[in-house]
Design a binder for this molecule. Structure first.
Ligand SMILES: Cc1cc2nc3c(=O)[nH]c(=O)nc-3n(C[C@H](O)[C@H](O)[C@H](O)COP(=O)(O)OP(=O)(O)OC[C@H]3O[C@@H](n4cnc5c(N)ncnc54)[C@H](O)[C@@H]3O)c2cc1C
Length: 449
C-alpha cells in the first residue's frame, strides 16, 4: 500500500492552486484539491474577470457620449444594473465550469469543502471530517479583503459582495487608495452613481508613478468622483430608510446607499492549522517561503497571494507552475519577479512597468525623463478634453529604459507590449529607431521627447 493517499494535496483551487494541480498531474502525480467556495478562485469568481466585465459595461456611458460627437443619435439609452450583473455572473458560472473540467480532465480529485492542515503530511476536510494524507501539501488559499474595525462595519460591503448587489447604489462611498478602490469608484461613477472616495492619507496607488496617478485623480475629479483624503470612518449607522450614515468626524454625517471597503487584502491563514506542521505565519498572516515556494516545513509549500509577495494572478500562476515543475517535474525553477507589468482599470486606465521616477532617482541619481502629454485622437470632440500622459524613465549613463508609465485609453494593452521591450533590456535609442505606427496612441512611445 502506498505510504500516502496522494502525492500532492492542494488547498485552494484559485489561480495558483489550479495551475499547480494541473501541471503536477501532468508530471504523473496523483493530485487532489480542496476548494471551500468556488473553483477558479478570486480572479475568476470575484476578482479580475468579473471586475473587468463591469469596467467594460460601464465604459459604454463614455462611448455613447463619444458616439453622439461622431454624429450618431443615441436615443433612449439607459442602463440596467441587474442585466449587467446577471450577464457577468452567468459568465463566471461558465468559467467555473471550465476550470472544473480542466481539473477533471487531468484526473485531479476535487473536494468541494474547506481543508485544514493537521500535520506535515495530513489535511482534514471540514465537511466530511475525513483526514487525508499526502506526500506534499501546497497551500494556495489566497487572500481576503482586510476589514477595518469601527462600529457599524457590518453594514459595509467588500469586493466579494459588489458583484451581487441587488440594486445599483445611487450614492456609493469607496474606502481605500489601492487599485481595487479606484476601479470600483470608476465603474460606479461611469454608471451614474454618486461616488465619494475616502482614504486615510493623500497617497493613492502608492506603487505607481505619482505623476501618472495625479493625472488620474485630476480626471476622476473632473468626472465627478469626490475625494476625501486624510479621512477615516468613525462609524456607520443604518438609518430607518435603509441608507447608511457615515461619520467621518465632520459636523454632518455622509448619507450613502453602500460603503465599499477596499483597504487591502490579507492572507487567508486564520484557522488553517499551519502550527500543526510548525509553519509560523508572518505579521500580516502571510506564509514565509523560500525561492522554491517551500515553507519552514519540508513537505509543505505555498504559492500565490497567501505568501504576500506580489498579489497578482499571473504571478500566482507562475509560482504554481514553477512549484509543480520543481517538485514533480524534476526541473527546479524559480519565478523572476523583476519588471512585472500591472494596470489599474480606472477610467481612463493607467499602467506601469519598471521603476517609477521617484524610485529611479533614488536608485540611479541622475535619470532622464521623456514624456508625452497628449490628447487622444478619439477624445478630440469630447467635452471632457482629457489628456493622456506617457512617461519613460531612462538611465542617463547607459540609455537603458528603466520604467514606462502611462495613462490613457488602452494603456494596459499598450503597456503589455512595452513591457517586453523593458524585459529585453532595450535602450531609448531602440524606441527612437522604431518607426511610428501612425495614427495610433502607441506611437507616442517611439516619439517621446
Ligand atoms: C476585486 C479584485 C480585482 C482583482 N483584479 C486583478 C487584476 O486585474 N489583475 C490581477 O492580476 N489580479 C487581480 N486581482 C488579484 C487576483 O485575483 C489574485 O492575485 C489571485 O486570484 C491570487 O491567486 P491565488 O491562487 O493566490 O488565490 P485565489 O485565487 O484567491 O484562490 C484561493 C482559493 O482558496 C480557497 N480557499 C481558501 N481557504 C481555503 C481552505 N482552507 N480550504 C479550501 N479552500 C480554501 C478560496 O476560496 C479561493 O478559491 C484582483 C483581486 C480582486 C479581489
Amino acid at each position: 500500500m502506498a505510504e500516502f493517499e496522494y502525492d500532492l494535496f492542494v488547498i485552494g483551487a484559485g489561480s495558483g492552486g489550479v495551475r499547480a494541480s494541473r501541471i503536477a498531474a501532468g508530471h504523473g502525480a496523483k493530485v487532489a484539491v480542496a476548494e471551500e467556495y468556488r473553483v477558479g478562485g478570486t480572479c475568476v469568481i470575484r476578482g479580475c474577470v468579473p471586475k473587468k466585465m463591469l469596467v467594460y459595461g460601464s465604459m459604454f456611458a463614455e462611448e455613447l457620449g463619444h458616439a453622439e460627437n461622431y454624429g450618431w443619435t443615441v436615443e433612449g439609452a439607459k442602463f440596467d444594473w441587474a442585466t449587467l450583473r446577471d450577464f457577468v455572473n452567468r459568465d463566471v458560472d461558465r468559467l467555473e465550469g471550465l476550470y472544473g473540467k480542466t481539473l477533471e480532465n487531468n484526473a485531479v480529485d476535487v473536494f468541494a469543502e474547506r481543508a485544514t492542515i493537521t500535520g506535515p503530511h495530513s489535511v482534514k476536510l471540514a465537511g466530511s471530517g475525513r483526514e487525508i494524507t499526502a506526500k506534499v501539501i501546497l497551500v494556495a488559499v489566497g487572500a481576503r479583503p482586510a476589514m477595518p474595525d469601527f462600529p457599524g462595519v457590518e453594514h459595509c460591503i467588500t469586493s466579494n459582495e459588489v458583484f451581487h448587489l441587488e440594486h445599483q447604489p445611487k450614492r456609493l462611498m469607496v474606502v481605500g487608495g489601492g487599485y481595487i478602490a479606484m476601479e470600483f469608484a470608476g465603474v460606479f461613477n461611469a454608471l451614474g452613481s454618486e461616488v465619494v472616495l475616502v482614504n486615510r492619507t493623500d497617497r493613492i496607488l502608492r506603487s505607481y508613478d505619482q505623476q501618472i496617478v495625479e493625472r488620474m485623480l485630476h480626471i476622476a475629479m473632473g468626472r465627478g468622483i469626490q475625494m476625501r483624503m486624510h479621512s477615516l470612518i468613525k462609524s456607520v449607522e443604518k438609518a430607518e430608510d435603509g441608507c447608511l450614515l457615515v461619520d467621518l468626524g465632520d459636523a454632518d454625517k455622509v448619507r450613502v446607499d453602500q460603503v465599499l471597503i477596499a483597504i487591502g487584502r490579507q492572507p487567508n491563514t486564520e484557522g488553517l492549522g499551519l502550527e500543526a506542521a510548525g509553519v509560523q505565519p508572518g505579521s500580516k498572516g502571510e506564509i514565509p517561503v523560500d525561492d522554491y515556494n517551500r515553507t519552514a516545513c519540508g513537505s509543505i509549500y505555498a504559492v500565490g497571494d497567501v505568501t504576500d509577495r506580489v498579489q497578482l494572478t499571473p504571478v500566482a500562476i507562475r509560482e504554481g507552475h514553477a512549484f509543480a515543475d520543481s517538485v514533480f517535474g524534476n526541473n527546479p525553477r524559480t519565478v523572476d519577479y523583476s519588471l512585472i507589468p500591472s494596470a489599474v482599470f480606472s477610467q481612463p486606465p493607467l499602467a506601469g512597468v519598471g521603476l517609477t521616477e521617484e524610485e529611479a532617482r533614488q536608485q540611479y541619481g541622475s535619470v532622464k525623463i521623456y514624456s508625452s502629454d497628449f490628447r487622444p485622437m478619439k477624445n478630440i470632440f469630447s467635452p471632457h478634453a482629457e489628456r493622456g500622459l506617457y512617461k519613460m524613465i531612462v538611465d542617463e549613463t547607459t540609455g537603458k529604459v528603466l520604467g514606462i508609465h502611462m495613462i490613457g485609453p488602452e494603456a494596459p494593452e499598450i503597456l503589455q507590449v512595452a513591457a517586453v521591450a523593458l524585459k529585453a533590456g532595450l535602450t531609448k535609442q531602440a524606441f527612437d529607431d522604431t518607426v511610428a505606427l501612425h495614427p495610433s496612441m502607441a506611437e507616442e512611445l517611439v516619439l517621446l521627447k
